[in-house]
Design a protein around this ligand. Structure first.
Ligand SMILES: Cc1ncc(C[n+]2csc(CCOP(=O)(O)OP(=O)(O)O)c2C)c(N)n1
Ligand SMILES: [Mg+2]
Length: 759
């Protein structure tokens, strides 16, 4: 399916870049109104949103200083990253988007969240407003009154989230830095700076593949834009293979500082961050610098950016110049790194002040009207704060609620079941015993699921034309085309992050990380985002993502290509972790993983890819969390998984043949959820246990199994549990050292004899 040749283009040439406009917007509010680009009502709403934001942030400041006491004894303990000074960016940007467009936000995101909700509500009709207000859609009512009521509830839910209350947007699980509201396309604030960039790209790609016109606005700070994931995300979004462009707008909210480190002259080498657009595609991502102190400049820019995205010309990059009046947080007095003169110069161009003047000059509002609006917004926000402070805490017994959906997609909606293919999928031929290889079971499972549901897409490094480093996905591209099977840049973090973002807007991505050794590159996206987004956002997000990856070992690939890092992945609540040992299990478990509505890390083993097993051609599913007894026995329980299952089974045969010991061999198949019941049942029968895994002993998953056995079957144990694992060293290259490092049947036999008291 090779489409584009890459011949040597070695002719001398000078590569040039185009121009990046800076603060080019030069229209007035009067002109915008006269030309019909913005109506007076919208202009008033824009000012109102800026006032809501400033009033909200001021309330947090006064909660901390003790000036505002919503309820006697109330203590605000959450984050205090206030955005006073930056209102023009949040309000201007969100005013330019459609209510159902998506945003991702930052740790300084109260303003984004308030603005997103307010502007989305302006577009809501009576039934939608009623739904937002938790009433039957057909309850009726006067639209204006419902809208004002909805605004109040929006402020209340925002405050309640910051106060950690059950009525908060995320049921008090996310708070200030992780607020999200999926009803209005707010996909979440992020306390990992830059952490949302890849998710925004994934959401944009996903929304496009679902056939919507939705645009995703990715808000990031100037400091965050130096983080690797931001650059990975820009590159990912700019890939030529996205035929219709990626409908994402990156908006760098440049308030001049990270925490305290300043962009200009210190932590970057460019005067304007928008210059970086030139590094990602020939359109320079349509980069522009906007005047972030003028909401109209931001509104105009984001509006044009959104239009470009909807025309298939994304991605787009904007930098909005702005300033935060407070410190990084309220514990930062900001005197060590800023001058009073500098602060004053920005306050002189304050966005609320400037825009109010324009509204007055245009005759849309009077000075009294502006003042009254400010007072009303403060009162409304404080009233919402008082109600939120009085509202109920989350219920302690429900502490784990929202972590996993524990649901599956058992019926594909008709609109997604109409899959078209470029050619008939290859039938994987069984041998005379009905067997196929483990790697073929992978391909068969993905093919079946992609045929079933067009929301399933598959991408990763080298997976398309080449079929993956281990040839597990050969042929998928020819069947499903590049729209659904594509190569990703070598950006592991971005691969996982985009999958999370795409899933949050309704796709069901399967992605591949070639070696589990590369999973640490993804750790933020896997552990902080994919794993947490459901819980942190109040149990509202569904994250049906499968990250396929592989363990190696035994091939002389040494420290960075032979590790067994599965235990690391079990340490992030919110992820399911599967590690099949046979082709039969691969097919059933991978299909279940793809249908699962929670994120699954699916760990294959490179040394099993060519092993064969009987695999039915017809469809079957294996539920996650059900162990399989691979060999029955009464004397000792051996628990293992993945490739080490072969070692365990061979040891069991030796124990039987040479020592008359009958081992029961159990393969949990999924590590999370772990079938503790099956293991305990076996231990209650045998009283003796040897656990086998190829990870270094300290912190390996077998330690967790051992703990579960002690917890649940201590009285049945006749001897301490033994673990056969690798040495506490990185995998060595030398053949003799690597062999010594890994569990072998004789080592397992020895451990079993020890626990049986025979050594
Ligand atoms: C990955 C990561 N590194 C460091 C931090 C600590 N931290 C929190 S906010 C911040 C500054 C971020 O600067 P910027 O992106 O410009 O956003 P701003 O605070 O200015 O809005 C830092 C360093 C973090 N939260 N995440
Ligand atoms: Mg900043």
């Amino acid at each position: 399916m090779k489409e584009i040749d890459v011949p040597p283009k070695l002719n001398p040439e000078v590569l040039s870049f185009g121009e990046i406009p800076k603060c080019a917007y030069n229209r007035t509010l009067r002109q915008e109104i006269e030309q019909g680009r913005l109506d007076a009502e919208a202009a008033i709403a824009l000012l109102e949103v800026m006032h809501y934001i400033r009033a909200f942030e001021t309330m947090i400041f006064e909660l901390k200083s003790g000036k505002f006491v919503p309820v006697e004894g109330f203590e605000y303990i959450g984050a205090t990253h206030l955005s006073v000074g930056q209102e023009g960016v949040a309000a201007g940007a969100l005013c330019a988007l459609r209510g159902d467009d998506y945003i991702t936000s930052t740790h300084r995101g109260h303003g984004h969240s308030i603005a997103k909700g307010c502007f989305a509500m302006r577009e809501m009709d009576v039934p939608t407003l009623n739904r937002f207000l938790d009433r039957p859609e057909n309850s009726g009512g006067e639209r204006g009154a419902l809208y004002r009521e909805a605004l109040h509830v929006h402020l209340y839910k925002t405050a309640a989230e910051l106060f950690g209350k059950e009525d908060g947007y995320c049921r008090g699980r996310g708070g200030s830095m992780h607020i999200a509201d999926f009803n209005v396309g707010h996909l979440g604030a992020n306390a990992i700076v830059g952490g949302s960039s890849a998710m925004a790209v994934g959401a944009a790609v996903g929304a496009q593949k679902l056939g919507t016109e939705k645009v995703t606005l990715c808000l990031v700070g100037d400091g965050a834009s130096n983080n690797g994931i931001f650059h990975e995300a820009c590159n990912f979004a700019a890939q030529d293979q996205f035929e219709n462009g990626c409908p994402v707008i990156f908006l760098i909210e440049n308030n001049q500082y990270g925490m305290t480190g300043q962009s200009v002259g210190e932590v970057t080498g460019v005067d304007y961050l928008a210059r970086r657009g030139a590094g990602y595609n020939e359109q320079m991502m349509h980069a522009e610098v906007l005047d972030g102190m003028n909401p109209l400049s931001v509104w105009d820019g984001i509006g044009r950016g959104a239009e470009l995205c909807r025309q298939g010309k994304g991605p787009v990059l904007f930098e909005a110049l702005t300033y935060r009046y407070f410190g990084h947080s309220l514990s930062d007095k900001r005197t060590t790194y800023r001058t009073a003169d500098e602060e004053e110069s920005w306050k002189n161009v304050d966005s609320i002040k400037q825009f109010s003047e324009q509204l007055i000059a245009t005759g849309v509002l009077t000075q009294e009207g502006v003042d009254a609006m400010e007072r009303r917004c403060t009162e409304e926000v404080e009233q919402a704060g008082r109600e939120a402070a009085l509202s109920a805490d989350p219920i302690i017994e429900q502490i784990t609620e929202g972590l996993l959906s524990d649901t599956v997609c058992d019926k594909v909606p008709a609109e997604f079941a109409n899959v078209t293919t470029l050619k008939e999928p290859r039938q994987i031929r069984r041998d005379k015993d009905g067997k196929i290889m483990y790697r073929h079971a992978v391909a068969e499972a993905i093919t079946e699921e992609m045929l079933r549901d067009r929301r399933v897409i598959f991408y990763g490094e080298d997976v398309a034309d080449y079929g993956g480093a281990f040839q597990a996905t050969v042929g998928l591209l020819e069947v499903f085309g590049r729209d659904r099977v594509f190569n990703a840049p070598i950006s592991e973090a971005c691969i996982v992050g985009t999958a999370a973002g795409a899933a949050m807007v309704g796709m069901r991505p399967v992605c591949e990380i070639m070696y589990i050794d590369f999973m640490p590159m993804t750790m933020d996206q896997t552990g902080n985002q994919l794993a947490k987004n459901r819980f942190m956002f109040g149990g509202k997000a569904l994250l049906p993502v499968v990250v396929r990856t592989t363990i190696g070992g035994g091939k002389g690939y040494a420290g960075q290509h032979s590790q067994s890092l599965e235990a690391v992945l079990t340490m992030f609540p919110g992820l399911k972790v599967v590690a099949p040992s046979t082709a039969y299990d691969v097919k059933g478990l991978l299909k279940s993983s793809i249908r699962d509505n929670d994120p699954v890390i699916f760990i294959e083993h490179q040394n099993l890819y060519t092993e064969k097993d009987v695999v039915p051609e017809e469809e079957y599913l294996i539920p996650l969390g059900e162990a399989r007894i691979r060999r029955e026995g009464k004397d000792v329980t051996i628990v293992s998984y993945s490739k080490m299952m072969d070692v365990a089974l061979e040891a069991a045969e030796q124990l039987s043949a040479e020592h008359g010991i009958e081992a029961e061999v159990i393969d949990p198949r999924t590590l999370i959820p772990l079938d503790v019941g099956a293991i305990v049942k076996s231990v209650q029968k045998t009283g003796r246990v040897a656990l086998v895994c190829q990870a270094p002993e300290t912190g390996c998953f077998a330690e967790h199994i051992s703990y579960q056995i002690q917890l649940n079957a201590f009285s049945s144990l006749k001897a301490p549990v033994k673990i056969v694992a690798a040495y506490d060293i990185p995998p060595p290259m030398s053949q003799v050292l690597e062999k010594e490092n890994l569990p072998t049947p004789p080592k397992v036999v020895k451990a079993a004899l020890e626990v049986c008291g025979r050594l």
